[in-house]
Structure formats: structure tokens, C-alpha cells
Design a protein around this ligand. Structure first.
Ligand SMILES: O=C(O)[C@@H]1CCC=N1
Length: 268
């Protein structure tokens, strides 16, 4: 049966990568529509991750990556972009749709590994997902992935092209940037009035970002929040480093866009 005709609870969903985002997505899919037996998880095997999966009661869903790729209708990939270079799969189900959550890796590079049946997804951080305040963009748009994420409580944002994903990605990092800005005493309001017209997506997400930052009980909670959003070597990290250095949100945002584009170049 074509993917688009299946009911969501009948889908078999694989998640490769069991970090913050992968496991949050797994939980939210189960909470929203997916029978747990239809979920498959693969990860590199770190003992820490194994323990976390156990804690979530998902150990029975862990399978080798080949098995996952054969069994699942859709495979979400939530590994670090830097790990894509070593990523090999030998078996791919004929109709499997691959959905890459690796920030910055372009469609053209994904197609070389996964074939034509591939799209990209970018979501806001795990905390926003758990709060039902998450944003997500799918590129190119895919109806089934859209049904999955809207049913899971995400607000989808329609993008015109892959280029806009760079800006969307920087936009979903803004909650972390705003938390840091507040901590180090930077006034962000005035700076965003100067945004360039090309930054329409970021401006929209800026408004969203201001509404999703929780009250933190302690500095440690605030640090954890930022940490969970920042992939090492990724875009949030580039924004935060720049913000600390130049104390200017607009410059930091530009550094984030540059980092996203640099990752794309690296993997093209
Ligand atoms: O920091 C990163 O690179 C990822 C992408 C969006 C949020 N975190």
C-alpha cells in the first residue's frame, strides 16, 4: 500500500540515532499515535544511550540498522551531521522513505546514499517538542511526514526551497540564543528590528522563540536547556560562541547561517 494511504498507527517507523532528539521523537510518536511495537530504534551502542533507552522502556525496540531499514516504512535519521560521512547502509526497503534530521546535509548528498525517496526535516529542540510548542519544516514537503508531525503536536512551517532551511535551522536555535543573551545581559529587542529582508523566516521564528522559553528553576536548568539544543560542532554552538564573543544577536545569527552553509559545503 502506498505510504500516503496508510493510517498513522499502521506505519512502521524507524529512528536511527538515539540522542536527545531521536529519543524525544520516539516518545512523542508513541504518545501521539504509534503503537510501540511499530517503532524501531538503532544507535551506535554507547552504554549511556543504552541505559537511557532502558529507562524509557524502549529496549525491546532496538534492532540492527539493516533490520530497521528493511522493516520500516519511514526511517528518521537523527545522528550528528558529522557522523553522516561514516554512515553506510547496505539494505534498503524498496519503498522506504528516509527522513533526515541532520542539520545542514543537503538533499543531493542524501540522495546519493538513500536514493530518491528522501526528504529533510528540521525541528525545534526537545524541550519545545515535549511542551507541544515545537516547530518543524519538511523539505521537500511530504504529506505523510506532515501528518506525522502535526499529529505529534508540531506546527509545520512551509518553506519555499532548501536554501530556506538554513534560516529555519538558525530560527529554531534562537531559544538557546535568547537564554544565553539574557544570562549575559544583552538587549536583543532592538537588534532584531534591523533584520534583512532575506531573514523573514528567522524573524517569524524569533517571535515564536520568545514564547517558548520556560521559567528556569536554576542556572543549571537553563544550561541543560541550551545544552540539549546544541549539537557539538553544529549551528546552535556557532551562534552561542559568536554571541559570547561579540554580544550582538544579529551577528550571532549570521554566524549560525554561515555554519549551516559550511556544513552543507562540507558534505556536498
Ligand atoms: O545545533 C544544531 O546544529 C542543531 C540544529 C538545530 C538545533 N540544533
Amino acid at each position: 500500500m502506498p505510504l500516503g494511504k496508510k493510517q498513522l498507527p499502521d506505519l512502521k517507523i524507524g529512528i536511527i540515532g538515539a540522542g536527545q532528539l531521536g529519543l524525544t521523537m520516539a516518545q512523542v510518536f508513541i504518545r501521539s499515535f504509534l503503537p510501540v511495537q511499530n517503532l524501531f530504534i538503532s544507535f551506535k551502542g554507547s552504554p549511556h544511550t543504552k541505559k537511557t533507552i532502558e529507562g524509557f522502556g524502549l529496549s525491546d525496540q532496538v534492532v540492527p540498522v539493516e533490520e530497521l531499514c528493511m522493516a520500516a516504512d519511514l526511517v528518521f535519521i537523527f545522528i550528528r551531521p558529522q557522523s553522516f560521512i561514516d554512515f553506510r547502509i547496505t539494505l534498503i526497503g524498496e519503498n522506504t522513505l528516509f527522513v533526515s534530521g541532520m542539520a545542514g546535509i543537503p538533499l543531493a548528498s542524501l540522495q546519493k546514499v538513500f536514493g530518491k525517496n528522501v526528504c529533510r526535516i528540521m525541528t525545534s529542540g526537545p524541550d519545545t517538542i515535549r511542551q507541544n510548542k515545537a516547530m518543524a519544516a519538511i523539505c521537500p514537503f511530504n504529506e505523510t511526514v506532515n501528518r506525522i508531525i502535526t499529529t505529534s503536536g508540531f506546527t509545520p512551517m512551509i518553506l519555499n526551497n532548501e536554501q530556506e532551511l538554513h534560516y529555519f535551522t538558525v530560527g529554531v536555535c534562537l531559544p538557546a540564543a535568547l537564554v544565553l543573551a539574557k544570562k549575559i545581559g544583552i538587549d536583543v529587542e532592538s537588534e532584531f528590528e534591523d533584520l534583512k529582508p532575506g531573514y523573514a523566516v528567522i524573524r517569524q521564528l524569533y517571535v515564536w522563540a520568545k514564547g517558548v522559553i520556560p521559567e528556569f528553576a536554576s542556572d543549571k536548568d537553563a544550561e541543560d536547556y541550551v545544552h540539549k539544543m546544541a549539537t557539538p560542532g553544529g549551528i546552535t554552538e556557532a551562534i552561542l560562541i559568536n554571541l559570547r564573543k561579540n554580544r550582538d544577536l544579529l551577528q550571532a545569527v549570521e554566524a549560525g547561517v554561515e555554519r549551516s552553509m559550511a556544513i552543507s559545503d562540507e558534505f556536498s
